[in-house]
Design a protein around this ligand. Structure first.
Ligand SMILES: Cc1cc2nc3c(=O)[nH]c(=O)nc-3n(C[C@H](O)[C@H](O)[C@H](O)COP(=O)(O)OP(=O)(O)OC[C@H]3O[C@@H](n4cnc5c(N)ncnc54)[C@H](O)[C@@H]3O)c2cc1C
Length: 389
């Protein structure tokens, strides 16, 4: 007997699970999510999971703001805890970027984000461990923090199941079947699921999968290394999340006395099935050196390990949230470029609206379409640190 589904979601990371939950909430509960491995096993489980709202574009800043409200109230809105921890977020830019930062903050304040440009004297109060230089400028978001990607993903999955949706792990999709110009089925090695809708949310595997149906997407999976350090609590106490644009460094506190820090890699294209998932000592040294330059007392910190994950980047470091032109029923939520976790609640909502109503209603996502690359309408960031898109 043929299995039928109103929609098949390919990929059980935070995006796939969030989309499925939101579809079910909108009344489309007869959906099937297929995950090749286990839920959250891709980029999601490797995330630094920072929730900040400082962006250069209103669409992403707004999604980050509204997503943060969902992370804060996750138990009521979805299910279970999100693991949200409020730490505050401080962004540090050089003199050349101070005007851009002030313009960003003005835009953030206009859309309701709790943030301010702060002075060096304020920084000494907010984060006494930081060393700052002449000409640097700072902004602070007191509500920002981090959450737990595994809890968020499985929270969405649990809530989707409660609403009647189905999830199958250990079920790699082998084919998206197109008949004429429309999606008719999705196949795994075991089954063929008849469906008019396929949603590709396969993280760094999305490019090759879409290529099988002739869709070319400009995705480049690149390796990002996260270094875990144990602070000496007597020397460096709690600290906010640090977004150091001057040095291209990001660091956030974790439970206890741990700090997770990272800095950009070399940007080489990686294969998601074979890349090196551990950290290189050269990356540890580079990140540690930058961190000590910014927070000198961190020189007492002890290296505790780390991991690597993949950023699935697009040319403008913004995601592609779209229905694919020319193939009815094919959608994609891909290319999150290393900053998707903080946006995921609103991505799930907006994608479910795109699928059921034809457009993002809660937030206008039309500028994040696929054709912007061919048409040369790329999104712009005000900073060179591209993950701050
Ligand atoms: C090191 C690192 C640090 C990060 N830090 C932050 C941060 O601080 N803040 C932030 O907001 N974001 C951060 N991110 C980015 C964020 O984690 C990602 O944008 C987000 O997790 C992407 O989720 P996803 O569901 O699109 O992809 P994934 O989590 O990769 O999920 C895709 C899923 O699809 C499955 N799949 C693939 N192919 C198939 C197939 N053929 N059939 C079935 N299933 C398939 C995979 O197994 C995988 O589980 C970071 C990412 C990394 C790697």
């Amino acid at each position: 007997m043929a299995v039928t589904s109103d929609a098949v979601i390919i990929g059980g990371g935070v995006m796939g699970c969030g989309i499925q939950f939101n579809l079910a909430k909108r009344g489309m509960a007869n959906t099937l999510l297929l995950e090749r491995d286990v839920l959250a096993s891709g980029s999601t489980s490797r995330s630094q999971a920072i929730l900040r709202m400082h962006y250069s574009n209103e669409v992403t800043a707004k999604m980050a703001l509204e997503s943060l409200n969902i992370f804060k109230n996750f138990e009521d809105i979805v299910s279970g805890p999100s693991g949200y921890v409020k730490t505050g977020y401080i962004i540090i830019v050089g003199a050349d970027d101070s005007k851009a930062m002030a313009e960003n903050v003005a835009m953030h304040q206009r859309i309701g984000i709790d943030t301010n440009v702060v002075r060096e004297t304020d920084v000494r109060e907010i984060a006494p461990m930081l060393a700052v230089s002449e000409g640097e400028a700072f902004a602070y978001e007191p509500q920002s923090g981090y959450a737990d990607p595994y809890s968020v993903t499985t929270g969405y999955a649990h809530a989707a199941r409660q609403l009647g949706a189905t999830i199958r792990a250990g079920a790699p999709v082998t084919e998206i079947e197109i008949t004429g110009n429309r999606v008719t089925a999705v196949r795994t090695a075991e089954e063929r699921i008849e469906t008019p809708i396929a949603v590709v949310a396969a993280g760094p595997w999305s490019g090759p999968l879409l290529a099988t149906v002739g869709v070319d997407v400009p995705l480049r999976p690149i390796r990002q290394q996260v270094v875990m350090l144990q602070r000496s609590k007597d020397v460096v106490g709690d600290h906010p999340i640090i977004g150091d644009v001057v040095q291209d460094l990001s660091a956030r506190p974790d439970t206890g006395d741990l700090t997770l820090a990272d800095s950009s890699g070399d940007g080489s294209r990686e294969d998601p099935d074979t890349y090196n998932q551990s950290v290189d000592m050269s990356a540890v040294e580079k990140t540690f050196t930058k961190l000590v330059a910014r927070a000198p007392d961190m020189e007492h910190a002890v290296f505790k390990g780390g991991w690597s994950g993949l950023f699935t980047t697009t040319p403008d470091w913004h995601p592609i949230l779209d229905r694919v032109d020319g193939i009815d029923g094919l959608y994609c939520a891909i290319g999150f470029s290393g900053h998707g976790f903080k946006l995921s609640p609103m991505i799930g909502m907006a994608m479910s609206e795109l699928i059921t109503e034809g457009e993002g209603v809660s937030v206008d996502i039309s500028m994040l379409n696929l054709k912007r690359f061919a048409e040369g309408r790329l999104m712009r960031s005000r900073y060179a640190m591209q993950v701050l898109a």
